[in-house]
Design a protein around this ligand. Structure first.
Ligand code: PEP
Ligand code: MN
Length: 338
């Protein structure tokens, strides 16, 4: 259920609704809109029979049931698109934010070089994994805390905010200390304990869709973060597993308009893990911009041939410069900019 406040309802009236909702054993979540504010009533133990009494309170317009299983992520709760800000970089506005960098942090020299290269091409954020969830336990697993320290040095050198993956709930505090945004990888979308803990952290989250996650399941996973109080979630489509083997995954381009219809949250595209092969990355990136993506996260490595992870799908810096120029032109054509 949501309590829709009247236009012009005061902060005091809003606070009273929250107080009464708490008395009914709900967790009230205030969602501030441009025209009016709403209060989401969250919690399975809440007294549903008592909800009607909220309608009598000053400043309340009406009480509306939410038909979708996901609530705080839904368009029913918030009609206008949310803009999520990460250290000054905005996702969901007119600007399309590009995140770029290597799959994994390998060394300080590699990371600082990559950061400088992607920055000069126009990237707004830096990516790089210090904890790598690899299919094989024998593959390079990342540098751990040393990798996080290197990322912080690359930020210091370039000013680019950092997004990096947290794989294990026990590392949340550590990753918090060094990063600007948590990344939840495709394999962890069903790690609800991790998602709930990130919901309690005061830092934006980039949530990647799983290999076999429906869009409704994607939004339900998001709800684990939002319902704990963290509203700063950016969704990321990175390809889903289908019968097709020519690409590593199949980029579900339709997830962009579908997510935007169902949810107010921004969605970005990872063309690299979808394609798996560098030659397909530019076409998928251009399509994502044309289709309305709020950003992209692209793997770029100073020397892809010698990358420790995902070199085959990583652009080299020159290819990234070319792609940025192509994407800028498409962004302009759809009324946005990079
Ligand atoms: C990554 O971004 O490096 C990564 C491991 O992606 P995904 O979780 O989408 O496979
Ligand atoms: Mn990768």
């Amino acid at each position: 259920m949501i309590v829709v406040m009247k236009m012009g309802a005061t902060e005091e009236e809003l606070r009273l609704v929250c107080k009464k909702a708490e008395e009914l054993d709900f967790h009230p979540h205030v969602i501030y809109g441009k025209e009016r504010n709403v209060v989401g009533l969250i919690g399975i133990s809440g007294n549903k029979e008592g909800i009607g009494s909220l309608e009598e309170l000053p400043g309340v317009d009406r009480i509306v049931p939410i038909s979708k299983p996901y609530k705080l992520a839904s368009r029913e709760v918030k009609r206008e698109a949310s803009v999520v800000e990460v250290a000054g970089v905005k996702f969901g506005g007119e600007e399309i934010a590009i995140i770029a960098g290597p799959c994994s942090v390998e060394s300080e020299a590699q990371m600082v070089k990559a950061a400088e290269q992607v920055k000069s091409a126009g990237a707004k954020m830096l990516r790089g994994g210090a904890f790598k969830p690899r299919t094989s336990p024998y593959a390079f697993q990342g540098l751990g805390e040393e990798g996080l320290k290197i990322l912080a040095k690359a930020r210091e050198a370039t000013g680019l905010p950092i997004v990096t993956e947290v794989v294990n709930p026990k590392d949340i505090d550590l990753v918090y200390k060094y990063s600007d945004m948590f990344q939840v990888g495709a394999r962890n979308i069903q790690n609800f304990a991790l998602l709930s803990l990130l919901g309690q952290a005061q830092k934006p989250v980039l949530l990647k869709r799983g290999l076999a996650t429906t869009i409704d399941e994607f939004l339900m996973a998001t709800e684990y973060i939002l319902s704990e109080g963290n509203r700063d979630v950016v969704l990321c489509e990175r390809g889903i597993r289908t019968f097709e083997t020519s690409t590593r995954n199949t980029l579900d381009i339709s997830s962009i308009p579908v997510v935007k219809t169902k949810s107010h949250l921004p969605i970005i595209i990872d063309p690299s893990h979808a394609a798996g092969h560098v030659q397909y990355v530019p076409a998928l990136s251009r399509a994502a911009i044309a289709c309305g993506a709020d950003g992209l996260i692209i793997e770029v490595h100073p020397d892809p041939e010698n990358a420790l992870c995902d070199g085959a799908q990583s652009l080299n810096p020159a290819q990234f410069v070319t792609l940025m120029n192509e994407m800028r032109a498409i962004a302009r054509a759809v009324g946005r900019y990079i």
